[in-house]
Design a protein around this ligand. Sequence first.
Ligand code: FMN
Ligand code: SF4
Length: 653
Amino acid sequence: MSRYRYLFSPMRIGPVVVRNRIVFSAHLTNYAEDGLPTEQHAAYYRARAAGGAGLIVTEEHSTHPTDWPYEKLIHGFHSAVIPGYRRITDAVHRHGTPIFAQINHNGGQGSGMYTRLPVWAPSPVADPLFREVPKEIDRREIAEIVAGYATVASHCKAGGFDGIELQCSHSSIVRGFLSPAMNIRTDEYGGSLENRARLLLDIVAAVRDAIGRELALGVRLCGDELIEGGTTVDDAVDVARMVEEQGLTDYLNTSIGVATASLYMIEASMQVPPGYALFIPSALRKAVDLPVVGVGRFKDPLQAERALAEGHCDLVGVVRGQIADADFAAKARAGLADDIRLCLSCNQECVGRMGLNRWLGCIENPLTGREAEAEARGVDAHLATQPRKVVVVGGGPAGLQAASTAAARGHDVVLFESSDQLGGQARIAASVPSRAEFGDIVRNLVHACRRSGVAVRLGRSADVHTVMAERPDVVVVATGAEPARPYWAPPDADTVVDVRDVLEDRVRPEGHVVVVDELGFHQATSVAELLADRGCTVEVITPGMVVGQDLGVTLDLEHWNVRAAAKGIAQRTDLVPMGWSRGTLTLLHHPTGENVEARSDWVVLAVPQHPVESLYLELRNAVGVEVHRIGDCVAPRRAHAAVIEGERIGAAL
Ligand SMILES: Cc1cc2nc3c(=O)[nH]c(=O)nc-3n(C[C@H](O)[C@H](O)[C@H](O)COP(=O)(O)O)c2cc1C
Ligand code: SF4
């Protein structure tokens, strides 16, 4: 009997029975090639089925050739997809898990860049991200859209799917029709909500006709577009009632925001509280009897159980939670919730890579996105043939990952950490209030080390003698990076300091502080907020076009700008620091070539670091020991690189 009474009770969704309430809801993966599903798709979903998910819903499949907003979209309208569908469904069914296909036309939330065709939408209202005026579709084209959904649904049926989900929520022509902000038609598809919902109901009817009653059919609705004049939860409730009255749909899924204008709320980062979108399924559930899925930053099984127990929803979408840990459900069921590698809601390697047209990964799970490769190599069952003594030096993400992977493979592992706490720079990064959840990466890695039996020596600076005294067969050096002083900062200027000096409390800047952002990530914005909270007057300057440039793809930029404005933090761009003298920072405004001065009491630097490599270089000359180095002591980068290199070396020993 599971401790999660609601989460692990089976339920019926139309003709399909799910063994638990945990849904791996739809999400792009960029694993498709030439519009077709791949082996990687099959392996990716198989891993989540094996990991105990109750229901899997695939990423969207396009229903019409006018819809191609991003390169690696599955073109469901070609029958060539069917063998790939079959590979996916067979792989998932082997674990007794049902799998639905999400089908969609993105409407005006796209461009003609790939198709060389106009985009189709209810009205010629340009999407704020794509900025392309769509063609208002006429009756004939509406009929073509409806027929396209039916065709793709029949391809899905032929490919062995157990159900179809219509994405009518955050990026969809159907959402466009439902939205008063996007639909300004005056015919029977515009105006009243009944008219705006007509396309949705037409599609539901056509798809049901195509799949019959043996497959489940679901509708994913947007509960609040979060845009001026857009749909709200009351509209969603009314649409849900219409869908239920039609009598052809088996469940409702939910979402919040519009994939382009308010994407930062769909895949909310750690700045937004867990379960933030629960008011939507909650409202729908009060109005209809259809099962309703609630989604939005469910990180651990207890949160999910609570949402069910409190009656907000019937099923819980756990997307990033299962991207980070494919075995989320199985671990929860077995009472091993502590073993779950908690998602950080950092968006760095999942959402962030989607925005860069790369395949989906995870900052803390190096196997995500590499499941097919791992299956081919049989990584799961990979125990070391010859157990060895391994010494790891450095307790940041690289060292912790290397140690836990090596120990899990049967090696005898000792880890040295010079400070009295594990986590390295990840722990420091998590020390500011709005970034606390980043610290879960340390929690997860430390837990994995403990579970696999790594012997940790804290507060022990390891030199060549300490390391060699352990009689290691292998040494893995993960000594990280240290702050570096830019050429223009005088060595004796003690009010010019590094971000780490502030976050580790070695200095306490006061008064007017300029933060220099040359990294374009959380370092500058985090320290700026911390200092503003402490009463400093803060200005962030950057040579880039925006402060925190890379926060755009992780969906943190909007939140940062809101908080920066609220805290009175000034931001200035296009400025390159050139020199510092007696409280004056000289800056080059590179678009004009003019020098600008900024007076300040302190300068805090978020600039590139130096690798700490001396131990590695010394050990390399020691006789008879195999030495590797990983992570920032090779080249200072972000946490994903540390984890990947830790995993790679741990798996190779
Ligand atoms: C990388 C990524 C891509 C997504 N793509 C889709 C999609 O194609 N269709 C969809 O309905 N939702 C999509 N979503 C939204 C998720 O279904 C879900 O609503 C969102 O991730 C919040 O759930 P979570 O906090 O459990 O991750 C995507 C989410 C992520 C992380
Ligand atoms: S990259 Fe970050 S947000 Fe995405 S799944 Fe991994 S831990 Fe979660």
